[in-house]
Design a protein around this ligand. Structure first.
Ligand code: PLP
Length: 447
């Protein structure tokens, strides 16, 4: 069983993790970095030097000493087709010489229009308009503002509460922290976060509880603007998976009661779950979708919030106050839109479809090989293993640091979420590399 890992863990528990990799301690770049840079999600008091990446190609990162790492988490879930992809690079370089950036209020350009057209071809059929921003958090901010102002514009000023799934993650800005799980991460800001109503996640064993809670909440639907969720998989919450049927019922309940639904597909979008979008698994389509991460193949920062014609229409008025007053300097950056178009070219062909199927098949085989473990779950290209530890489930769990270090030493980049180890590889990863990773997981867990 997985508990066998406890022995291994006890031997290794020594927090803080030391700067173990001597070759990184030798790196001039790592030293210069430590002097001047503050990294995201990093406790610099205890963190080792950052790994200095000199270049990347396909599924591999290479540090400045030439050491290779398999990027098993797509560099925080963004990369789809491999790093430094020559096709995306070519398209972006050409675009740069044509038009690199232009104000997007009062002006438009081919890459933005074309990307919107192409996204609407593959998004759920009820989606009609594309609003651009420049990252995942902003895509969610825009979605929430759309939903709340949709009602405000129509005089339903009481309808402004938000329902979110427990354990969710939607970004790190104030508006998105407010709808995410309350945790140690945002404790200092809790007093500044607006009130959100949390709905239990309809995971196995909790389905009825979740549905009954939603029905109860719908009795006060006249005060509720929207329901936001990560469809089928809660990423940062620990790759927690739930069934499409449950999501379908929740969306339906919201719809019947005049509550808008927002699918945060920032992690799940563009094939990760085996279909283009996680909402492709459900019958009742959400009103608003948020995209980022894989949108540009992971090459550039871009966010998209798509919505129905009905939502868009509620902002049309001679009264200028009904405008959606939201903008970012780099809204619809032409280079990022071009990367998005190039990524779609690569994504929407049979070769990539087969790669996605192959990754799923290999994940399933690994899961079946360890059928005695109840805590391996697979959805599409994502494989997740919950390691049982006595400390329970927490991001601050020691196992995280031990596993991270273990895999880095094996030349594999994974970033466990607390006691959850997961793989979320770029689609170009080879069978050989996946099997090497499975083998290292087995070593780590003493399987
Ligand atoms: C990563 C993520 C976000 C935030 O995106 P950023 O680009 O990091 O701001 C929001 N929602 C989900 C589901 C995510 O995985």
């Amino acid at each position: 069983m997985l508990f066998a890992t406890t022995a291994y863990m006890n031997e290794q528990i020594e927090y803080p993790v030391e700067n173990t990799n001597s070759y990184i301690q030798e790196s001039q770049l790592a030293k210069r970095d430590a002097k001047v840079v503050w990294h995201p999600f990093t406790q610099h008091y205890t963190a080792p030097f950052s790994i200095p990446v000199a270049r990347a190609e396909g599924a591999y990162l290479f540090d400045d000493s030439g050491r290779k790492y398999i990027d098993a988490i797509s560099s925080w879930w963004v990369n789809l087709h491999g790093h430094s992809h020559p096709y995306i690079a070519q398209k972006v370089a050409e675009q740069f010489l044509q038009l690199e950036q232009v104000i997007f209020a009062g002006f438009t350009h081919e890459p933005a229009v074309r990307l919107a057209e192409r996204l609407l071809e593959i998004l759920p059929k009820n989606q009609a308009k594309i609003f651009y921003s420049d990252n995942g958090s902003t895509a969610v901010e825009v979605a929430l503002k759309m939903a709340i102002q949709y009602f405000h514009n129509q005089g339903f000023t009481k309808k402004r509460k938000v329902i979110a799934l427990e354990n969710g993650y939607h970004g790190d800005t104030f508006g998105t922290m407010a709808v995410g799980a309350k945790s140690g991460f945002n404790a200092p800001f809790e007093a500044f976060l607006y009130e959100t109503i949390y709905l239990p996640v309809p995971i196995k064993g909790q389905e009825t509880h979740s549905l009954e809670t939603m029905k109860k909440l719908m009795e006060n639907a006249d005060e509720i603007a929207c329901f936001i969720f990560e469809p089928l998989i809660q990423g940062a919450g620990g790759m927690v998976m739930y069934e499409p049927k449950m999501l379908d019922t929740l969306i339906k309940l919201a719809r019947e009661n005049g509550v808008l639904t927002i699918a945060d597909e920032i992690m799940t979008g563009f094939g990760r779950t085996g279909k283009l979008f996680a909402t492709d698994y459900v019958e009742t389509k959400p009103d608003i979708l948020c995209l980022s991460k894989g949108l540009t193949g992971g090459a550039m920062a871009l966010g998209v919030t798509s919505c129905t014609q009905e939502i868009y229409d509620a902002f049309l008025s001679e009264d200028r106050r009904k405008t959606l007053f939201h903008s970012h300097s780099f809204t619809a950056n032409p280079l990022a839109c071009t990367a998005g178009l190039a990524s779609l070219d690569l994504l929407l062909n049979e070769e990539t479809e087969n790669k996605i199927l192959k990754i799923n098949q290999l994940h399933q085989e690994f899961k079946q090989k360890h059928a005695q473990l109840s805590n391996i779950t697979v959805k599409g290209t994502i494989l997740s293993i919950e390691i049982q530890t006595e400390e329970g489930t927490s991001y601050f769990n020691n196992i995280r640091d031990i596993a991270y270090k273990f895999f880095i030493e094996k030349g594999i980049l994974i970033r466990p979420l607390g006691n959850v180890i997961y793989l979320l590889p770029p689609y170009c990863i080879s069978e050989e590399d996946l099997k090497y990773i499975y083998g290292c997981i087995e070593d780590f867990l003493n399987l």
